[in-house]
Structures are given as structure tokens and as C-alpha cells.
Write a protein that binds this ligand. Structure first.
Ligand code: ZN
Length: 205
């Protein structure tokens, strides 16, 4: 998931303040998860051991008509979800080869609904990958998958916040999710055109 329309530049960036500290916290979290997570989930579906915030976000996706099929896709394909640093302008991505959704760690403190919206986008790519749609269709399938992914996150966002969107959306990510949802409601063809334009180069390889 990339930045679609560049919002107004913010004057300050929180990102560079405590990168080392944040990494330590992430690393500690990983250690804690390794200590706390059982080696095998007896009797449960074979789900990867997700971060508790990811678990909460997945519960939100389960409850939404637009996204309630996604957890099954993630589970049956053992798709991991984790935070890590991303290049500028990339919020998150799905690796087809490694079966992992990676979310930029600048969003690690986002609320559950925002995380769920990002996961809904990337999980849509996972769904398109395991169905064979992505591998068979070349660059047009890549762009179609982006259109679907943005639409899915928009429908989830609208289901959570209604037509007004999230009030007091302070982060660049929340503002983009508001903007995508608003376009989906008012001008879905315009949203599709914007996604096609943004991804035409990235999908053309
Ligand atoms: Zn995408």
C-alpha cells in the first residue's frame, strides 16, 4: 500500500526521534512473543502467532462484511504479519514469495481500526496471490489487485466510520484512508483511475 495523493507536508516528523528505542521495543516484543506463544496451538487452526495488536485488528476484519473472508485466507496460507521499516511512500506490502504482510514500523502505534484497514489491503493481495490471479495475469492483474485492495480497505473504513470518515485524523495514513473512502463513496471510478495511475509503473515489470 503506497501513498496515493501526497497530502500537505507536515512540519515535524516523529519518525526520526527515537528510531533506536523503537527498534529495541520491537525486538523485545518479538522476544516476549517467542516466550509467551505456545509452540503449537492444540486444536486451533494453524495460525501464525501474531502480535496482540494484529490479533485485535483481525477480529475487526472478521466482523466486517467487506473483509470477513480474509482471516481464512491468511490462516490457510500461513501468512505472517509484522512491522518493519519501509522505504518512503510505502506504508505496507505483501510478499508473494515469503507469505508475509510487512507494515512500516512508523505505524506501530496506530489504532486497531487503522491497522485493520492496512491489513485488509495487503490481505487482498494475499488472496489474489493464492488464488493464482496475480501470477496468471501479469501487470494488468497486478493493477486490478491494487484496485481491489484499495476498494476493500475503503469499504472496511466506511463500515467503521461511516460517510464522514475518521474525525481528527492526524496521521498521514489516517488521512489517506479517509481520502480513499471518500473517493469510493463519491467517485469510485475516479479512485480506480488514481490507483491505476499510481501503480502503472510499479506493476509494469
Ligand atoms: Zn497494494
Amino acid at each position: 500500500m503506497r501513498l496515493l495523493a501526497r497530502p500537505l507536508p507536515s512540519k515535524t516528523s516523529v519518525r526520526g526521534l527515537f528510531p533506536g528505542l523503537r527498534r529495541v521495543i520491537v525486538a523485545l516484543g518479538a522476544v516476549m512473543a517467542a516466550v509467551l506463544a505456545p509452540n503449537a496451538q492444540v486444536g486451533a487452526e494453524d495460525l501464525p502467532a501474531y502480535d496482540p495488536r494484529i490479533q485485535t485488528a483481525l477480529t475487526l476484519l472478521d466482523a466486517s462484511l467487506a473483509t470477513n473472508q480474509l482471516r481464512g485466507v491468511l490462516a490457510s496460507n500461513q501468512v505472517d504479519i509484522r512491522f518493519q521499516p519501509m522505504p518512503p511512500g510505502v506504508y505496507a506490502r505483501y510478499s508473494v514469495a515469503r507469505h508475509v504482510i510487512e507494515i512500516d514500523d512508523r505505524w506501530i502505534d496506530s489504532d486497531d481500526i487503522t491497522l485493520a484497514a492496512v491489513i485488509s489491503h495487503e490481505a487482498t493481495h494475499a488472496q489474489d496471490a493464492v488464488s493464482g490471479f496475480l501470477s496468471s495475469g501479469g501487470s494488468s492483474a497486478c493493477i486490478d489487485s491494487e484496485v481491489r485492495a484499495f476498494r476493500t480497505s475503503a469499504l472496511f473504513w466506511i463500515g467503521q466510520y461511516g460517510s464522514t470518515g475518521k474525525l481528527n485524523a492526524l496521521s498521514e495514513l489516517d488521512r489517506q484512508l479517509n481520502s480513499i473512502a471518500d473517493r469510493q463513496l463519491r467517485d469510485p471510478q475516479g479512485l480506480e483511475a488514481l490507483v491505476r495511475q499510481t501503480y502503472s509503473q510499479q506493476c509494469n515489470h
